[in-house]
Design a binder for this molecule. Structure first.
Ligand code: NI
Length: 143
């Protein structure tokens, strides 16, 4: 099988804080440090979505990048860009707004639409800063 992995990058920025209301201020500060700052802070996120498949004999594509771009805009960029992850994003409601949790929730938003466009989502890489990023494979082992 001539499986090819194709990745599309998009960008968004969003605010958040890491804070557990059931913990004291001291405990939040101890565990989350600066990220627990009451008045929020922001990140410029880069997100890389990887889809696998065998190139179509009709188009040569694994997935039409126009379709993948549309899906990412509708299900990631629209709900997240310039938003507060703790307050503005329905799919993050009640969830600690860590990058780890965010990447899992993003997967849930785009897996089905990508399947609908004929692709199979296999990996999301989410960069929070130049130095920190997370990778998620839908709960499976890395590809
Ligand atoms: Ni942060």
């Amino acid at each position: 099988m001539k499986t090819v992995y194709i990745t599309r990058r998009e960008h968004f920025n969003a605010a958040h804080k890491l804070w557990r209301p059931d913990w004291s201020e001291a405990k939040n500060d101890e565990v989350f440090g600066k990220c627990s700052n009451k008045n929020w802070h922001g990140h410029n996120f880069n997100i890389f979505v990887t889809v696998k498949g065998v190139p179509s004999s009709d188009t040569g594509f694994v997935i039409n990048l126009k379709d993948l771009s549309k899906i990412m805009k509708a299900h990631i960029i629209e709900p997240l860009d310039h938003k507060n992850l703790n307050m503005d994003v329905p799919f993050m409601e009640g969830i600690l707004a860590s990058t780890e949790n965010l990447v899992i929730k993003i997967w849930e938003q785009i897996e089905d639409p990508i399947r609908g466009a004929g692709g199979e989502l296999v990996k999301i890489k989410l960069e929070e800063t130049e130095n920190n990023y997370v990778e998620y494979y839908g709960g499976k082992e890395p590809i």
